[in-house]
Design a protein around this ligand. Structure first.
Ligand code: AMP
Length: 203
């Protein structure tokens, strides 16, 4: 089970990936969380990305690809993984394809599917601002929120077409209760024959 969760900031993909990861027993890999941890610990990577993250911009592809390559080389990904926040650009998606075709790196038969959480922008702005207040996240204040959404539209939204063309995209309506959306995702995966599989690729 090698899934990507795609969706704009505030779409709930982190929450949903986390829940599914617990149920499937495969690790959730959240690049945003990894970067925030690096910033908190003031590692060289953290110091390098702090200002970029606070501005709501994307960290350069080379850094992200190095980070994800290292993470996918760890043994806990052999049984599968859920990616939250990666890929975020077409260049990252192409590199992910190459990584997953590398023998020994997290299984060599590619992604199983891509779950796309669909949420209108008006809903996102409200959700992101309240998260910024609750979690005191510097990247969720109003001007950063709007910039993050702009960056999403420009750099990340093209991935929807990229994965749809490959027949890998599963669209899920992301508006509603957390539990309801969880159910939609599980049903969508099952109806595609994904949830019952343990490692096979889905066309
Ligand atoms: P997230 O928690 O996924 O919304 O990520 C928070 C921030 O981390 C983003 O606004 C970016 O600055 C950075 N980030 C996380 N993942 C990536 C990625 N795959 N590519 C570039 N920047 C990223």
């Amino acid at each position: 089970m090698r899934l990507v969760f795609l969706g704009p900031p505030g779409s709930g993909k982190g929450t949903q990936a986390n829940a599914l990861s617990g149920r499937l027993g495969v690790p959730m890999i959240s690049t945003g969380e990894m970067l925030r941890a690096a910033v908190r610990q003031a590692t060289p990577l953290g110091m390098q990305v702090k200002a970029t993250m606070e501005a709501g911009e994307l960290v350069p592809d080379e850094l992200m690809i190095a980070l994800i390559r290292e993470r996918l080389s760890r043994p806990d990904t052999q049984r599968g993984f859920l990616l939250d926040g990666f890929p975020r650009t077409v260049a990252q998606a192409k590199e992910l394809d190459r990584l997953l075709a590398t023998p020994g790196l997290a299984g060599s038969d590619g992604l199983t599917a891509v779950v796309n959480l669909d949420v209108p922008e008006a809903v996102l702005v409200g959700r992101l601002e309240s998260r910024g207040v609750q979690e005191q996240r510097a990247d969720d204040n109003r001007s950063t929120v709007l910039e993050r959404l702009r960056v999403y539209r420009e750099k990340t939204a093209p991935l929807i077409g990229f994965y749809r063309n490959r027949g890998m995209l599963i669209d899920v309506d992301g508006v509603g209760e957390v539990g309801e959306i969880e159910k939609r995702i599980t049903e969508a995966l099952a109806s595609r024959g994904v949830a019952r599989k343990t490692g096979g690729a889905v066309a």
